[in-house]
Structure formats: structure tokens, C-alpha cells
Design a protein around this ligand. Structure first.
Ligand code: ZN
Length: 165
């Protein structure tokens, strides 16, 4: 794999990318990623890109809460998505998300799990552990939780999560 440090246009052009379905914009809690056009259910939205690091190392970094953009593919590899070119890192958490992450041959893709309208924010459920680690136990600010912080129920586990363990 080539180093991601270069900023050459050639690197960008070479990288396989999906058509631009989304754009970064201002969300309720900072920046977020928004649909630039209507996105049908099941459509691949964007790839979560960045250098791969060993998951073992990622777990140590997580313990220090040093990088909230680590996304585990499996027990061996984790993507460090903290690079600015990784637009998927702007996707915010929601407990009622409209996208999910799936890994395919070492790549991590975000896929729509419901129809998303142009202008709508794209959200993903990052899982309880990630939220507790980086936002505190009651730290979820997604629209669903903002009103009902006190009555939160334990969530069922889902297929793909940030930091599984
Ligand atoms: Zn929430």
C-alpha cells in the first residue's frame, strides 16, 4: 500500500472512488456528512479510507482515547480514518441511523439502510462502546437521544460497530 501522506493529485485520481453522493456540511454538533442527492436504500455511499494499522495497536490507542477515527475491520486490521481526505469520518453517530458500515475484502464501505433524501444527514450507529469512550455514557446528542436521555434503554447489538470489543 502506498503512503497516504502525499497530497499529489495523481494519488487522488488513482484511488478508486464512488461518485460523489455526499458533501461535508454543518451539523447540529459540528460537521457532518450530508446526501448531495437522493440515495436509494442499499446503495453504497462512501468508503471509509485511511491507512490500515494492526487492530492490536488500535486497541492501545483507543485505551488512551487518542484517536476517535479508528474503525476496526476485523481482529487483525483497523483503518485509521483520521486523514482529512476521508470524508466518511464526518459521518455522525445516530441511534436511529440511515447507514451502516460493512467490510469487504479489507475495505470498509458505508451503505444506505433506508432511502436518504438529498440534504439529509448521513448517520451511522457507532455502537455503545465507542460512544462511552469518546462522549461519556450519556453523551449521545443524536435527535432521538437529545429528548430522552433519562429513559435510555440498553441497545441491541448490531452487525457493524466502531471498536467491537
Ligand atoms: Zn442517540
Amino acid at each position: 500500500m502506498a503512503s497516504a501522506s502525499g497530497k499529489k493529485a495523481a494519488t487522488k485520481a488513482k484511488a478508486k472512488s464512488l461518485p460523489q453522493l455526499c458533501r461535508v456540511g454543518r451539523a447540529q454538533t459540528g460537521l457532518g456528512l450530508f446526501a448531495a442527492q437522493d440515495i436509494p436504500e442499499r446503495k453504497l455511499i462512501i468508503e471509509y479510507t485511511g491507512p490500515r494499522i494492526p487492530t492490536r495497536l488500535a486497541q492501545e490507542i483507543d485505551r488512551r482515547r487518542a484517536n476517535k477515527y479508528l474503525f476496526e475491520i476485523d481482529s487483525r486490521w483497523t483503518i485509521d480514518g483520521s486523514t482529512r481526505t476521508n470524508l466518511a469520518r464526518y459521518v455522525n453517530h445516530s441511534c436511529d441511523p440511515n447507514a451502516e458500515a460493512e467490510s469487504n475484502r479489507g475495505r470498509l464501505m458505508y451503505r444506505a439502510i433506508k432511502p436518504i433524501e438529498a440534504g439529509e444527514e448521513i448517520t451511522l450507529d457507532y455502537g455503545e462502546e465507542h460512544m462511552e469512550l469518546y462522549f461519556g455514557k450519556a453523551g449521545c446528542l443524536c435527535p432521538g437521544c437529545a429528548d430522552m436521555v433519562k429513559t435510555r434503554k440498553p441497545k441491541k447489538s448490531k452487525t457493524s460497530k466502531k471498536r467491537k470489543r
